[in-house]
Design a protein around this ligand. Structure first.
Ligand SMILES: [Zn+2]
Length: 455
């Protein structure tokens, strides 16, 4: 009896000490603020930057090995940390222009290694888990900052055809090692929104469900609980900006395929967060990863409330834009027949088949995904009309101004600079070289007023 009590108390003390130095999301944030090896916005990283980061990990004593090559023969690396039985497999940037998780993984490994002697929970993690990660699975795409690989194939639709060396490598690494948990790390469009709000979905998670015809496994339930903990953690920083990623089953995508094969996978998609830079998003990823890993040793995974994940609003989109110009006078060239009766005065007598017509409308303008180093990304008209239930991250009231593009009248998809003219001016819309003949009163170019609206 005495002996049993001794064991019990030892166990209790052990589990208590194990939990006492577990770190809160806020502490992870503070730790990252003080020290991280990522040193530039994720979107600016090339293959060479990943190699530089990996050199730093190696000097910390972390195992890094080349495990394959991309189509254009760039090295693909695997980082390994931990000696435990539970195998965690993480991979990032299989889409070349989705970079946030890559430096976050570097920061995570650096943290784990440098805290091995300082934190009991990290030591426990080392004993319990083995983590393998492939940072930047698609270095060719990353080099050109494009989604697909050098063969112009979407690696995340290649689990069946296996045409890409990167996809073949990822599948091989999984099949040889048979990990217990997968983390599939991506970025989504910065204008993705949360449920029926116009809040940016800065982070979206998904406990990948695998084939809908098979019931959820215990590992998939575990992943839902882990997702709940990630949401709870990130709620302390970006409440209202977290969503659940679309749950559709895609049999030739890696998350679904791995889940089917027995590696239940968690998808993390990083979106945008207006007013915060990319480094902040790296920090959020860092917090999410460490929260998830820590939960596997401090017991929090077992008791997490699955409903927090299940009740998360889903990703949505289409109603948030980079810029909205409110109350603009949009000039359109329309069929005279249709509009003749309602607006006879504006009929152009020399060209009776077409007529210029002005309508008051809101014009939504989006920008294309680009590296942070490109400070003037191209912009284009996403839509125009009554956009009262839409939101612009930045909005301007341009009442009393015509709006056109340097390439012509406002049309969906049309880019260029946007030119503004006072509606009190007499303008001949059919004039040749219109934009040189009439000097605009204001110019909005690639996200900036290069000639501001007159006061
Ligand atoms: Zn992606």
């Amino acid at each position: 009896m005495k002996f049993a009590l001794l064991i019990l108390s030892t166990l209790l003390i052990f589990s208590m000490t194990k939990i006492t130095d577990a770190q809160s999301p806020k502490e992870f944030a503070e730790v990252w603020d003080k020290n991280h090896i990522s040193n530039k916005p994720a979107s600016n990283n090339r293959h060479k930057d990943v190699q530089d980061y990996l050199e730093k990990l190696k000097t910390l004593g972390i195992k890094v090995e080349e495990v394959g090559k991309s189509y254009e023969e760039r090295e693909i690396y695997q980082v390994e940390w931990g000696k435990g039985k539970t195998k965690v497999f993480m991979w990032s940037q299989m889409h070349g222009d989705e970079p946030t998780a890559t430096p976050a993984l570097m920061d995570m490994f650096a943290f784990l290694q440098t805290n091995l002697k300082k934190k009991k929970w990290v030591r426990e993690l080392e004993k319990t888990l083995t983590i393998r990660a492939i940072p930047m699975l698609n270095p060719d795409g990353a080099e050109k900052f494009k989604r697909r690989n050098a063969q112009n194939i979407d690696i995340n639709r290649d689990t069946v055809n296996l045409e890409t060396p990167e996809g073949r490598l990822l599948l091989k690494l999984r099949n040889e090692w048979q990990p217990d948990i997968g983390f599939n790390l991506h970025n989504q469009q910065e204008l993705t929104t949360v449920g029926n709000t116009t809040n940016q979905a800065s982070i979206s998670v998904l406990a990948v469900a695998a084939n809908p015809e098979t019931p959820l496994s215990e590992d998939q339930y575990r992943n839902r609980r882990i997702c709940s903990l990630i949401v709870q953690a990130l709620n302390q920083f970006i409440k209202g900006n977290i969503a659940k990623y679309d749950d559709g089953y895609t049999p030739n995508a890696f998350g679904d395929t791995f889940s089917d094969l027995g590696t239940a996978t968690i998808l993390i998609e990083t979106g945008g967060l207006h007013g915060k830079d990319e480094m902040y998003l790296i920090k959020l990823n860092f917090i999410a990863f460490l929260t998830a890993l820590q939960s596997l040793v401090d017991g929090s995974e077992k008791t997490a409330d699955i409903k927090i994940y299940e009740n998360l609003p889903e990703n949505s989109g289409g109603r948030l834009h980079n810029y909205i110009f409110r109350n603009a006078s949009v000039v359109r060239l329309v069929e005279a027949k249709k509009d003749f009766e309602e607006d006879e005065s504006e009929t152009d007598k020399t060209e009776p088949e077409k007529v210029y017509k002005t309508t008051i409308a809101d014009v939504a303008i989006n920008r294309r995904r680009r590296r942070a180093e490109i400070t003037n990304p191209p912009i284009y008209v996403r839509r125009f009309g009554d956009l009262s239930n839409h939101k612009g991250l930045t909005e301007f009231n341009v009442k009393g101004y015509y709006i056109i593009s340097t390439y012509g009248l406002i049309q969906n998809g049309r880019g260029g600079d946007f030119l503004f003219y006072k509606t009190t001016r007499k303008l001949d819309w059919s004039a040749e070289n219109f934009t040189t003949k009439y000097k605009p009163d204001a110019v909005f170019s690639r996200g900036k007023w290069t000639k501001p609206l007159p006061k």
